[in-house]
Design a protein around this ligand. Structure first.
Ligand code: XMP
Length: 537
């Protein structure tokens, strides 16, 4: 049974790149491909597909200075799609010198139009725009289409079209309304496709990207998690030297992986601080300590700050205030503890690539203030070590597995920094936390028993402190309801409510009302994101 309904459209991704330095200590793998971004929705997906072919890549803005590109010594470039039209005033344009670098280039959608426009071809508004699944006819099995069925379905999303390819180019594919759906110039090693090979709706798209990488750029698929770990270990050692490193540990996959990686690099020079803010799930604090100690013998400072956090949350009902208080208090506790480690010079953080890309977004409206142990302020006078800065979540999991982190830690569902506080609407009290903790434990237990834990993105309980009437035995009850929230998602930017089997819903509901005194009703949240968010606050 599929838990996810079919979407007519691929999910939208934020893709506003920031010019960045290479990973910690400047380690860049031997084979690097740079994706120059024109502001497309799907740029992150291009990067992911390239990495699936075991080639390391990074996203840079389309106007990255030439010397920055040269310094990175890439083996190829990809021009992404974008929302503009090449003829628009101010349309993003590649510096002409980029075409003179002698590097292979793959243009996708707007990237193809930009290439055609810049090199003397003709781009115009299509008489019939193409959006969605489209039949593609391969006219010339160039390296990109070699070995593929000549009748292919691809995903199109464009208003403009290349009417005439530039001199030196041949047409390699067409669709009914797009006579130049792919073109190439083998001498200069320039390739371009109008469709989107990076989205799942072009099912053979990764093969097109692989063809470009292997046959045109000559890559060998050297980028594995093993090689990543080796490079990062060297880079961390070089960056840190003999200094001490401190790391905030939440028990989540990102901070645990950072800790394990830094520990592999510098051993006892690393001290982790685990702040128990009292808003964790049942057994979580003990579990994290026990497991990390057992698996890695990491120096771990455990801080029980429950009373302190609950005191500051007394009477607070506004979600943003809750988040702010927890964030501030967390930093305070962390600072106090790290000051005790007088020699600490570095702070290791679990920043991931989507955060790096997203932080470059200038105009995104703020929905919630995210609080995270990975989000400690940079003005703590500690230098940052961020070895996961260029990884996507699934890659972090692969690194974690390679490092030998326990499987259920690797596959733990995401848990927000402010913890259960944002899953209790209204005031957070000890009593309410206990009700939520007990209910949440049942939800997770039943989802795991049904084999669904890894199939859904998150599954949890929310406590809404509005009471309702029920009947148990012969007694009237007047108690709180629990909201069941289970969602599927690829990246938490969008999410759908999971279509759980009725039997699973039934078991969760009966167990919660029977086993958790104080709860007399279970309701199901059947809202997607958007318009809702995954968490309730
Ligand atoms: P929303 O509720 O915004 O959540 O749809 C998207 C994803 O982010 C997680 N989340 C957080 N993670 N600190 C975190 O580390 C936070 O403050 C925070 N708020 C939400 C949420 O669980 C979901 O996976």
């Amino acid at each position: 049974m599929s838990l996810t309904p079919q979407h007519p459209d691929p999910p939208a991704f934020l893709a506003a790149p920031t010019p960045t330095d290479p990973g910690a200590g400047g380690a860049t793998p031997d084979e690097l491909v740079l994706v120059l971004d024109f502001g497309a929705q799907y740029t992150q997906l291009i990067a992911r597909r390239i990495r699936e072919c075991r080639v390391y890549c990074e996203i840079l803005p389309f106007d990255t200075p030439l010397d920055v590109i040269q310094k990175r010594n890439p083996v190829g470039l990809v021009f992404s799609g974008g929302p503009s039209s090449v003829y628009e005033p101010g349309a993003p344009q590649i510096a002409p010198a980029v075409y003179q670098m002698g590097l292979p280039i793959l243009g996708i959608c707007y990237g193809m139009q930009a290439m055609a426009h810049d090199l003397g071809g003709k781009v115009s508004a299509a008489t019939l725009k193409e959006f969605g699944k489209t039949q593609l006819d391969v006219l010339d099995s160039t390296v990109l289409f070699e070995g593929l069925n000549p009748d292919l379905i691809c995903w199109m999303s464009h208003g403009d079209t290349v009417e005439e390819p530039p001199p030196g180019f041949r047409v390699s594919a067409a669709t009914e309304n797009c006579p130049v759906a792919a073109m190439y110039d083998p001498d200069r090693r320039f390739y371009a496709v109008q469709f989107h090979p990076e989205v799942v709706h072009t099912p053979w798209g990764t093969e097109v990207i692989r063809g470009f990488l292997e046959k045109v750029c000559g890559t060998h698929g050297l980028w594995t998690m093993e090689s990543f770990i080796e490079q990062q270990v060297t880079a961390i050692r070089r960056q840190v030297g003999d200094s001490q490193v401190v790391c905030g540990l939440s028990g989540g996959i990102d901070s645990c992986t950072v800790a394990a990686l830094v520990h592999k690099a510098v051993g006892d020079q690393l001290t982790c601080i685990f702040v128990n803010h009292g808003l964790l799930r049942k057994g979580e604090a003990e579990d994290v300590q026990r497991r990390l100690a057992a698996a890695f013998h990491i120096n771990l400072v455990y801080v029980d700050a429950e009373e302190r956090f609950l005191k500051r949350l007394e009477g607070v009902t506004d979600p943003e205030r809750k988040r702010k208080i927890i964030g501030e208090e967390f930093v305070r506790v962390f600072e106090e503890e790290s000051c005790k480690l007088r020699d600490a010079t570095f702070l290791a953080q679990g920043t991931l690539y989507p955060d790096v890309i997203e932080s470059g977004t200038k105009s995104a409206a703020k929905i919630k203030t995210h609080h995270n142990v990975g989000g400690l302020p940079e003005n703590m006078n500690l230098k940052l070590v961020e070895p996961l800065r260029f990884l996507f979540k699934d890659e972090v999991r692969a690194v974690a597995e390679e490092l030998g982190l326990p499987t259920d830690m690797v596959w733990r569902q995401p848990f927000p920094g402010p913890g259960l506080a944002i899953r209790i609407t209204g005031e957070v009290t000890k009593e309410r936390l206990e009700l939520l903790r007990a209910s949440d434990w049942i939800v997770i237990d039943e989802i795991k028993r049904s084999g669904l834990y890894r199939k859904v993105w998150q599954s949890f309980a929310v406590l809404v402190p509005t009471k309702s009437v029920g009947v148990m035995g012969d007694q009237r009850t007047y108690a709180y309801p629990i909201v069941l929230r289970v969602v599927t998602s690829e990246d938490a930017m969008t999410a759908d409510w999971a279509r759980l089997p009725y039997e699973v819903l039934d078991r969760i509901s009966s167990r919660i009302v029977n086993e958790v005194p104080g709860i007399n009703r279970v309701v199901l949240d059947i809202t997607s994101k958007p318009p809702a968010t995954i968490e309730w606050e």
